[in-house]
Design a binder for this molecule. Structure first.
Ligand SMILES: [Cu+2]
Length: 112
């Protein structure tokens, strides 16, 4: 009886681990408008892929200003749609701005 229970526990764990990994790889969207990010503060789980979607008509350039890991940036573009996709694996606080409108357009992204 006991070995069977142990085997069931092992099989259950093996099934749970891939499910947990898939759950961590979620997606989120940040809107890049004229002249704002929406939202301006966002919290996502580590491993989340964040899509930056241009919704206005002006030119914007999304750049990481501070935060863990290496830098990243979008092209300077007015094209509507997703112009930057970034996966955030490292926990911490990221400060992201539009370098064309650095006073108005600031995003605080928290990864935990
Ligand atoms: Cu801008």
């Amino acid at each position: 009886m006991r070995p069977v229970a142990a085997l069931i526990a092992i099989v259950a764990l093996a099934l749970l681990v891939p499910a947990g990994t898939a759950g961590a790889a979620s997606e989120a969207t940040v809107k890049v408008g004229d002249f704002f990010f929406a939202p301006t503060k966002k919290t996502v789980a580590a491993g989340t892929k964040v899509k930056f979607r241009w919704v206005g008509s002006q030119r914007h350039r999304v750049v990481k200003k501070r935060g863990p890991g290496g830098g990243f940036e979008s092209p300077a573009t007015s094209a509507r749609g997703v112009n930057l996709v970034k996966r955030f694996d490292k926990t911490g606080v990221y400060r992201i701005i539009c370098t064309i409108h650095p006073e108005e357009m600031r995003l605080k992204l928290t990864v935990k």
